[in-house]
Design a binder for this molecule. Structure first.
Ligand SMILES: [Zn+2]
Length: 450
C-alpha cells in the first residue's frame, strides 16, 4: 500500500513538473518594424490577449489599425491562443467571408499562415503550436528597414547599379536611390522608368516585389541584361524608412501620410521631398517615360490585386498578360497643396504616365518568392509596352522555326514577313547584342505568366 502511494506521489510530482516546465511566455515588439498595442498573458491557459495599435494621420485625419509584428518567447512545443480584442477596427480580420490569415515565422525569413482562426464579438482568435521558442507573428510578411539595407549592400556591388543617398529622413535614416542601367545603348535610345516604394509603412508586399525586381535586373540572366540595356531604372525603394522601422501602419515618424504630401508647396515629409526633387531632376535631365509606385492594399475591403492606371491607357493588357494583376482602376486623380499623392503629382504636375501597384496580401497563394517574381513580371510588362528589348522572345522561337503561316501574328516573326526564319533570329540576336549582352545558348526557358 505504501509503495503504491509513493508511486502515485511521484507520478503526480512528474505531472506538476511537466506542467510547470513551460518557461513563462513573454511578448515584445521592440525591434525593427515591430508593433503591438496593449497585451496581457494568461499563463495558465496559454493565452495572449492583445490589441493592434491605432494611428491617426495628422494631415488627413484618417485612422488606421492593422499592422502588428511581435515576438513571443517561451513558445517551443506549446499551443498558444491569441485574442486580438480590438479586431472590430480591422476590416480584414472581421470580414469572415474571406480567408484573412496572419503569418508567423521561426527565423524571420520563412513565413507560414496562421490557419486556425475565428472572429466573434469583436475578437479575432488564432491558435498555433510552435516548433520554435521565439516565433514572430505579423499581419503579413514583414520587410524591415534592415532588409533593405542588406539588399542595397548586396546589389550596389554589382555592375549596372549605382546607389545614391538622396538625403535623410526625419530621424536620420538614409533615403536611397538605386539606378540600374547598362552602358551599351545611348541614353537617347533608352526609356526611363521611375519607381518609388514603401511610402506606407506596413505595405510590405510592395517591398518584396521591388526586391525581386532589383535582384533580377542585376542578375546575369540575359533578359535582365537586355532590360538593363534598353532602360534606366530609377528606384527609391523605401521613401518612409522611419515609419517602417517604428512599425507604423502608414505614417512617417511625424504621423503624416507621406503619399498626401507630394505637392510642391508641401514640404512636411522628408522622404516625399527627396523623391519629388529627384523625380523633377530626372524629368528635366532625361524625361520619365513611366512612373510606378508600389503599395499594397491591406484593409480597405478589397480582396484582389489591382493597379491604378491612367484612363484610356494601353499598358494594362500587357500587365494583365504578364502578372496576376487583372484589374485596373482608371479613376482620375487630383493634386492640391493640402493633398497630393504620387499619382496626382506624376500625372498632373510632372505630366508622366503612372501606375500604382496594389497587391492584396489576403490572397493566401502569396509567398515571399511569388511576390518577388511578380515584381520581375512588371519589368517584362513595361518592356512589352515599350517594346525596346525584343530578345525575351528568342527562347520561345525554336518551336516556331520554319512556320510560314504567321501573317504577322507569330511572336517570332519579328520582321512581319509571315514566316519565322533565320532572318527573324538574326534580328533578335542583333537586338540583344546592341544592349551589350551575350545571346543565350542552350534550351529555351519560359518567361510567361504563372
Ligand atoms: Zn499605400
Amino acid at each position: 500500500m505504501r509503495k503504491v502511494l509513493l508511486c502515485t506521489a511521484i507520478a503526480v510530482a512528474g505531472i506538476l513538473i511537466a506542467a510547470s516546465a513551460w518557461p513563462a511566455l513573454q511578448v515584445d515588439a521592440d525591434f525593427d518594424s515591430g508593433s503591438i498595442g496593449t497585451y496581457s498573458i494568461d499563463e495558465a491557459n496559454s493565452t495572449i490577449s492583445l490589441t493592434l495599435r491605432t494611428e491617426t494621420l495628422v494631415n488627413t485625419g484618417d485612422t488606421y489599425t492593422y499592422w502588428t509584428h511581435f515576438r513571443v518567447t517561451g513558445a517551443l512545443g506549446r499551443t498558444v491562443t491569441f485574442r486580438i480584442t480590438n479586431a472590430e477596427l480591422v476590416t480584414f480580420l472581421k470580414t469572415t467571408a474571406h480567408e484573412a490569415q496572419m503569418v508567423y515565422s521561426c527565423d524571420g525569413e520563412n513565413w507560414s499562415r496562421l490557419t486556425d482562426h475565428s472572429y466573434s464579438g469583436g475578437v479575432y482568435t488564432f491558435t498555433q503550436t510552435f516548433p520554435c521558442d521565439e516565433p514572430r507573428i505579423a499581419t503579413f510578411f514583414p520587410y524591415p528597414y534592415a532588409r533593405l539595407a542588406q539588399l542595397l549592400d548586396r546589389v550596389a556591388m554589382g555592375p549596372g547599379a549605382q546607389r545614391t543617398t538622396l538625403g535623410a529622413s526625419e530621424l536620420g535614416r538614409n533615403i536611397d536611390l538605386l539606378t540600374i542601367t547598362g552602358t551599351a545603348v545611348p541614353p537617347a535610345d533608352k526609356k526611363v522608368i521611375y519607381m518609388v516604394g514603401r511610402q506606407h509603412a506596413a505595405e510590405t508586399a510592395g517591398s518584396h516585389m521591388i526586391e525581386g525586381l532589383i535582384d533580377f535586373l542585376l542578375s546575369d540572366d540575359v533578359d535582365a541584361c537586355g532590360l538593363r540595356g534598353y532602360y534606366v531604372w530609377h528606384i527609391v525603394p523605401m521613401l518612409n524608412p522611419d515609419g517602417v522601422f517604428l512599425g507604423n501602419t502608414r505614417a512617417t515618424s511625424e504621423s503624416r501620410d507621406p503619399n498626401r504630401d507630394w505637392h510642391d508647396a508641401n514640404t512636411e515629409s522628408a522622404g516625399t521631398n527627396l523623391a519629388r526633387a529627384q523625380a523633377n531632376a530626372v524629368k528635366a535631365a532625361t524625361g520619365i517615360d513611366w512612373f510606378l509606385d508600389w503599395h499594397s492594399q491591406i484593409d480597405d475591403g478589397r480582396w484582389h490585386n489591382f493597379i491604378y492606371a491612367p484612363p484610356g491607357n494601353t499598358i494594362f493588357p500587357h500587365i494583365s498578360a504578364r502578372t496576376d494583376f487583372d484589374s485596373q482602376n482608371t479613376s482620375g486623380t487630383s493634386c492640391t497643396a493640402s493633398s497630393c499623392s504620387s499619382r496626382g503629382y506624376a500625372t498632373l504636375r510632372l505630366g508622366v504616365p503612372m501606375i500604382t501597384v496594389e497587391p492584396s496580401p489576403h490572397l493566401v497563394s502569396w509567398t515571399v518568392e511569388t511576390l518577388r517574381q511578380q515584381g520581375v513580371r512588371f519589368a517584362f510588362a513595361l518592356n512589352d509596352y515599350f517594346g525596346l528589348y525584343r530578345g525575351a522572345v528568342l527562347p520561345a522561337l525554336a518551336p516556331q522555326l520554319g512556320r510560314t503561316d504567321c501573317a504577322g501574328n507569330c511572336e517570332g516573326d519579328t520582321d512581319g514577313d509571315g514566316d519565322v526564319d533565320g532572318t527573324d533570329i538574326a534580328a533578335l540576336i542583333q537586338n540583344i547584342v546592341q544592349a551589350g549582352c551575350a545571346p543565350p545558348r542552350g534550351p529555351a526557358k519560359e518567361s510567361g505568366k504563372n
